[in-house]
Design a protein around this ligand. Structure first.
Ligand code: HC1
Ligand code: SF4
Length: 579
């Protein structure tokens, strides 16, 4: 080990360890901005982790960046000396020189790492701020889902790293030099012709408001406040186990009832559950899979994750014929809300607007797909990320913590099975599908409902499942995160992989960690396991645990759809993809 001192504390460092990492082990705080340990990102770009060191044998102190300076024997590190504090403050002031100072208009106001930093260093003035140059930086509004605002970028490059090394999309690149440096879309002048798939992982790691979703809270309010509009809200399986964190509740708290209460308080007319639609999706996708297996068409890929659909369309169009044609739960619910609900409510479909709350940015892309619009009317009118929904509640002065739990007021399209609930985590769609397909094939339920062999957190998992009857054993795979997805798709296309059914979730962890959920400071996906545990508990506590046993799903087939994959089911609940 290496003997050094940090602020007078005797420390033992490891070979090749940086001062920052050693200081963290001894619980000494050093300000950082660009560095993000969880994704192994230390570009040394922001230079706010300045500390003062005195090296044995040398008599002058030096200022160095702690994130990339290795510890040495006899080193004396001062993180809070006057010189270190002054230099840290100066560095933050330099960062603010070309950073928009309009914090009150920023989506990160109150949860921004740069604001935290300014507080830590005691920033009291911005002597170098150049408004004109800052405001001339690009603000890219070319996407229906994402916004790239370079007036708020600090060039930490976390977004470039997550996209390039983790998601393996490489849509972003640093361009320009000096004060002109910006994060640009690689080889594209806007999102529509870039290779970005809107997975939102770059947004999750951005320390400021430079990357974010297109904010639609204003349009949501105008629907909700319009007396001529009947607003229908649906919310995703994962939202209920993550949303409480926006209001300071412990990770994984199930706030389903409070979300319903909040919607009602906002003035939403009807609250429905995407989980119900997830059960419907299983009926359709399950029947589709069995039919394809009989025809020898394999593998079939799931189709509910919209960033995965974007990925397939942009990066691997050859794989599109293998995708299930079943719409996602979001679109299934919106379709039923506009085709079946009007008669139930006694209101014309034209007056209904469906707002969905999703832990996802790419769901905004999905909502505007031309295939999912009819005569200029989209099935889903508006998508709010979990973060926007929190913003909407704050705009209306609603604190989730103050709300009592409530229940769905219109019973229809809100009951769900445990299978619908587990859609929100990686492996969940597969598990839900197997529960129903087994029953379809064998005329009886699985003996063991919880398919633990499908659970786990590795990027790519595979398993054999015995579906019984004439189908027998099938080989399934579950993949999450686009780096592993790319590998898997390539091995499927080359004929090397041999699967029957593949679940893909573009976000590592699945929807519980979606790119539209709460951003954690200085951490990437720290909350996943807690959220996922609650999802499994929802399943465990559910009275009905298979999609086909959901009485509301059975009623929907009796009254409207006839049977899975019937002509009308196809017309309403299936779609196609475009390369
Ligand atoms: Fe998801 Fe889905 S599970 S895609 O991960 O199939 O976003 O939660 O709503 O549509 O149900 C997200 C979550 C969500 C859909 C469902
Ligand atoms: Fe890359 Fe995903 Fe961000 Fe697009 S949304 S730039 S694909 S990380």
């Amino acid at each position: 080990t290496i003997a050094l001192s940090i602020n007078g504390i005797a420390c033992a460092g490891f070979a090749n360890e940086t001062i920052l990492s050693c200081a963290r082990r001894y619980d000494v705080y050093i300000p950082t901005l660009c560095e993000l340990e969880d994704i192994d990102h230390t570009p040394g770009a922001c230079r706010v982790c300045l500390v003062e060191i005195l090296q044995a044998g040398k008599d002058t102190a030096q200022i160095v960046t702690a994130c990339n300076t290795p510890v040495r024997n006899g080193m004396e590190v001062q993180t809070r000396s006057k010189k270190a504090r002054d230099m840290q403050r100066l560095q933050v002031e330099l960062l603010m020189a070309d950073h928009l100072q309009d914090c009150a208009t920023c989506i990160r106001h109150g949860s921004c790492e740069l604001q935290d930093l300014a507080q830590f260093v005691g920033l009291q003035q911005n002597r170098f701020f150049d408004r004109e140059r800052t405001e001339s930086r690009p603000v890219d509004q070319s996407s229906p889902s994402m916004v790239r605002d370079m007036r708020r970028c600090v060039r930490c490059q976390r977004c470039v790293a997550i996209c390039r090394y983790h998601q393996k999309i490489d849509a972003l690149a640093i361009e320009g030099s000096g004060m002109e440096r910006v994060v640009a879309l690689r080889d594209a002048d806007g999102y529509p012709n870039s290779v970005c798939v809107s997975c939102g992982q770059c947004v999750l790691v951005c320390p400021t408001g430079a990357l974010g979703e297109r904010d639609e809270t204003e349009r949501a309010l105008s629907y909700i406040c319009d007396p001529n509009v009947v607003t229908v809200v649906q919310f995703a399986p994962a939202v209920r186990v993550a949303f409480g964190e926006e209001f300071g509740m412990p990770a994984g708290t199930n706030v389903e009832g409070q979300i319903i209460a909040a919607c009602r308080k906002l003035g939403v007319d009807v609250v429905l559950d995407t989980n119900f639609a997830a059960d419907v999706v299983i009926m359709e996708e399950g029947a589709e899979l069995l039919a394809r297996l009989k025809q020898g068409r394999r593998p079939t890929f799931t189709s509910c994750c919209p960033a995965w659909i974007n990925f397939a369309e942009i990066h691997y169009p050859e794989v599109l014929p293998l995708l299930s044609s079943t719409k996602s739960p979001q679109q299934v619910l919106s379709t039923i809300a506009k085709s079946y609900l009007p008669a139930q409510l006694g209101v014309p479909a034209e007056r209904i607007r469906v707002i969905s709350i999703m832990p996802c940015i790419a769901k905004k892309d999905e909502a505007v797909r031309p295939q999912l619009s009819h005569d200029g009317h989209p099935e889903t009118d508006l998508v709010l990320t979990t973060r926007e929904f929190a913003r909407l509640l704050r705009r209306e002065g609603i604190d989730l913590k103050d709300l009592p739990s409530s229940q769905f007021d219109r019973p229809f399209m809100s009951a769900y099975s445990g299978a619908g609930a587990i859609f929100g985590t990686t492996g969940g769609v597969m598990e839900a599908a197997v529960r129903t397909i087994y029953a379809l094939v064998n005329g009886r339920e699985l003996d063991r409902i919880e398919l633990t062999q499908l659970r786990g957190f590795e990027g790519l998992r595979e398993a054999s499942v015995d579906l019984g009857g004439p189908v027998g054993e099938v080989k399934v795979a579950m993949v999450h995160g686009l780096g592993d997805t790319r590998r898997l798709v390539e091995s499927v296309l080359s004929g090397e992989a041999n699967y029957d059914f593949i679940e893909v979730m573009a976000c590592p962890g699945g929807c519980v960690d979606g790119g539209g959920s709460l951003r954690s400071k200085k951490a990437y996906l720290p909350l996943a396991l807690k959220r996922r545990e609650t999802i499994y508990n929802v399943d465990r506590a559910a009275k009905v645990r298979q999609s086909h046993n959901n009485p509301q799903v059975q009623a929907l087939y009796r009254e409207l759809l006839q049977a899975p994959n019937s002509e009308i089911a196809h017309q309403l609940l299936h779609t196609h993809y475009a390369s």
